[in-house]
Design a protein around this ligand. Sequence first.
Ligand SMILES: Nc1ncnc2c1ncn2[C@@H]1O[C@H](COP(=O)(O)OP(=O)(O)OP(=O)(O)O)[C@@H](O)[C@H]1O
Length: 700
Amino acid sequence: MKVDRESIAGPVDTKPIIIDRKGSLKVTITPAQPKTLTHLPKRPPVDLAFTDLTYKVQEGRKSNEKIILKSVSGRLRSGELTAIMGPSGAGKSTLLNILTGYKTSGMEGSITVNGMERNLSSFRKLSCYIMQDNQLHGNLTVEEAMKVATSLKLPSTTSKEDKEEVIQEILETLGLSEHHKTMTSNLSGGQKKRLSIALELVNNPPIMFFDEPTSGLDSSSCFQCISLLKTLARGGRTIICTIHQPSARLFEMFDHLYTLADGQCVYQGSTGRLVEWLGSLSLQCPSYHNPASFIIEVSCGEYGDNTGKLVRAIENGKNDIRNGVPFPKLANYNNQKDMDLSLKNAAQWDKNDAAQIQEKFGGEVANGANGTSNLQNGLLQFAASEIAKGKGEPLVVQMDNEKQDNAEVALLGTDGSPRRYATSELKQFWVVLKRTLLFSRRDWTLMYLRLFAHILVGFLIGALYYDIGNDGSKVLSNLGFLFFNMLFLMYTSMTITILSFPLEMPVLVKEHFNRWYSLRSYYLAITVSDLPFQAIFCIIYVVIVYLLTSQPLEWFRFSMFLSSCLLISFVAQSVGLVVGAAMNVQNGVFLAPVMSVPFLLFSGFFVSFNAIPVYLRWITYISYIRYGFEGTALATYSFNRTNLACHQSYCHFKKPETTLEELDMTDADFTLDIAALCLIFLVLRLSAFLFLRWKLRSTR
Ligand SMILES: Nc1ncnc2c1ncn2[C@@H]1O[C@H](COP(=O)(O)OP(=O)(O)OP(=O)(O)O)[C@@H](O)[C@H]1O
C-alpha cells in the first residue's frame, strides 16, 4: 500500500487564553494531540468546478417545471474547507447532491475535476458523501464498524496489520480510541459524527462532502467537528459542507464560502473578504454583527431586494473573491441585458480564474505553454478555439504533475484500479453476511423472541390437536391443523422480513453510494443470512407439532411434511422482502397480511378446487399456501397410507383416499408442489432485488 505522510490535528480541545500587552483577550486554539496519519493510501489533490449548473424538477403535470438551481457556477479547491450557505430552501442540499453525483437527472451544465469533464464513476471512487443523519448500525461497536469499513474499502491485498494500523490511527486522530468498545448506538451526537467521518476516511478520499455536519451538535461539538474538517482540508483534501448559520467563531474557520439565495450564487470567495465585498456593494455589515448572519439576512431580503445585485456582481458564481486578488471590476449591472453580456464574457472569467489559481498554487500562468501532456494539449486546443471564436486571449494554466495525473484519471475513468469497488463481490458478500449474522446474534427480538414463539405455539398446537393424527373420526380437525401450520409459518416469517429493508435503507443508501459494496453482494448476504435461522425455527416447530399430534411416524412422510413447511416459510419470507423493498413500513405492514388473504382463501382448505368458479381458478395457481397445504396433506394421507384407527361406530374418513377425494387431491403431485414453491421462491427473491434496486434509484 502506498502511504502518504500527512499531518492532521486531533480534536481541538485545549484553548489557552493569553492576555496580550494591550490587555485584550486572545484565545489560541491548539490541537490536543497533533497526529500523523501515515497509513492512509496516497490520493492526489482534486479541484472541482461547475459551470452554468441548472437543476429542474417536474412538479405535478409534465409542463409544470420548477427550477431549483439557476445557472450557478463555482470552484471548490483542494486544501480548503468550503461552506455552502444560504437561507432555507435556497438550494444548498440540491447543489451538494448534484456535486456528489447523488442526483444526476434534471441537471444541465458542466462539472469538471481538475479542469476536465467529470467522469461520475471514477469521481465516486475519489469522493465520499456523509449525509446529515449519521447512518450507522447501532448494533456494532466502534471498532467492529471500523473493521467492516476497512475490509470493504481497502483492497484485499492490504495486510491485516496495515488495516489495524489504519483503524488505530484514525480512531486516535478523531478522539474515538477510548470508545472503541462502545456500541455506536450509545455514542453521543458528536462522537457519531466523528465515527461517520472515520468510516469514510479509511480509504482517504480526496473529496469529502458533508450535509449539515453540525446539525444537532452543541457549540463545543460543532467547533470540534469543524476543526476536524479543517484539519482534513489541510491534509490536501477538498472538504465541502452545507451549513445553516454558523457562529462567528465557526464562520472564521472556513476558508471558502459559497452562498446561495433562491437557487443563485450571491457570494463566492474567502470568508475574510465577505464584509468588505458587501460593503463595496453598499451593504454595510453592522459592527459586532456575525457576517454569516448578515449574508443570510441580506439573502433573505431583510435589507431590501439585493439578490439580483449580488448575483450580477458575483456573476452567479463565476467571480471568486479571494485574498490578495483585487475585486473584479464591477460593471453597472442595471438590467438583465448587461448581465447576459457579462456572463457571456467567458474569457474574462478565465483570466480571473487563472489569476486566482496562480495566487493560490503559485503555478505559472502564461500566455502560451510548452507542456506535452494530454491535459495541456486539451487546454491549448480549448484556448485556440476560444481565440477562433474571438472570445479573448489564450490562457493556459500549467498545473503541477500530480493534478495533471489526476485530471487524466477523471477523464479516463480509472484511479489506478479498473474495478468499481475496492474488493471482490465475493469478499463484499462475506463481510456483509458476517456483519448481518452479528446483528442477528445481538438482536434479541429477532432471535430469542422468534425461537420462543415457535416453541410456545408448537406446544399450544400440540396440546390442542393432541394425538389426532391417526384418528379416523378427527380427520377434519387434522386438516385444520395442517392449514394452521401454513398460516403460522407464513405470518411469522413474513412479518419479520417486512421490516428488513426499510430499517436498513438509510445505511444501505450511504454505503452503496460511497462504493462500499455492490447491491448484488449486499442483497445476497441479507437474503442468505436469515435462511438458516428460519430453517432452525421451522424444524423445531414441526418436530414438536408432528410428534404431539401423532402424525404417521415414517421418515419419508416426515421429510415431505417438513420440506413443505420449510418452503412455505422461505416463500413467505420472500413475500416480506418484496413488500419491504417495494413500499414503506406503514403500507407494507398493512398490505402484506391483507394481500395474503386471497392466497389463504384459495389454498384448497376452505373451498376445494372443483368448487371454485372457473374464472377464479387462476388464483389457486399462484397461491403458495395451496402448494404448501397440498404438500402436507399428501405427505399425511397419500402414498398408500394404511386405514386410520376408528374408535366410533362409523368413521367417514377412515380411508385416507376419501380425505384426498374430498380435497380434490387424488391427482395431485407432490413433486409438482415442491417445484412450484421453489419457482415462486426464486421469482419473489428476484423481484425483491429488482424492487430494491428501483427504490435505491428512486430515492436519488
Ligand atoms: N424533488 C423536488 N420537487 C419539488 N421541489 C423540490 C424538490 N427538491 C427540492 N425542491 C425544492 O427546492 C428548493 C431547494 O431545496 P433544498 O433542499 O436544496 O434547500 P436547502 O437550501 O438545502 O434548504 P434547507 O436549508 O431548509 O435544508 C426547496 O424550495 C425545495 O422545496
